[in-house]
Design a protein around this ligand. Structure first.
Ligand code: GDP
Ligand code: MG
Length: 162
């Protein structure tokens, strides 16, 4: 069976944009308004000769229970189906409380985690990305899902754990 990579992160960090970048086509829905992706969408992806399922997650905007709770809950479902997790954070924003809560879920899952520091559109963002070493997830991989910067290195890191 093809290995499964779940792309998780709080709304608006660029998960769907990154999924499109990896697929090399526009399929995942990108919106400036967070929360438009359905809970889990599966795509067939390929990198360097390896086929895998790429799972875009989202759509868990919830005004009643609070966003952090819903993100964590949905991440739990997604990672259970996954062999590895691509944890996407916004390098320009840094780590928020929702990110922290999400990370607890990811750590509990015991799945390998690759950290993508997204929205590093140019060299200046590298410093913010480097600050994410603090999370204890190993090397933060700076990437610009929008422009493609760093996506090859990120995918190489993913394949190493998939
Ligand atoms: P999701 O909610 O995590 O799936 O995030 P989306 O992929 O829908 O993106 C949310 C917003 O961030 C959109 O306006 C994207 O164009 C923008 N975005 C995504 N990746 C990047 C990036 O690498 N650089 C910049 N500057 N913006 C990005
Ligand atoms: Mg999305």
């Amino acid at each position: 069976p093809m290995p499964v990579l779940a792309v998780v992160g709080r709304p608006n960090v660029g998960k769907s944009t990154l999924v499109n970048r990896i697929l090399g086509r526009r399929e995942a829905v990108v919106e400036d308004t967070p929360g438009v992706t359905r809970d889990r969408v599966f795509y067939e992806a390929e990198w360097a000769g390896t086929d895998f399922w790429l799972v875009d997650t989202g759509g868990w905007e919830d005004r009643v229970q609070g966003i952090a709770y819903r993100v964590a809950e949905q991440a739990e479902i997604a990672v259970e189906l996954a062999d590895a997790v691509l944890f996407v954070v916004d390098a320009n924003v840094g780590i928020t409380e929702t990110d922290e809560q999400l990370l607890k879920v990811l750590r509990r899952s015991r799945r390998p985690i690759v950290l993508a520091a997204n929205k590093v559109d140019d060299e200046r963002g590298e410093l913010e990305a480097a600050a994410l070493w603090n999370l204890g997830l190993g090397e933060p991989h700076p990437v610009s899902a929008l422009h493609g910067r760093g996506s090859g290195d990120l995918l190489d890191a993913v394949l190493a754990v998939l």
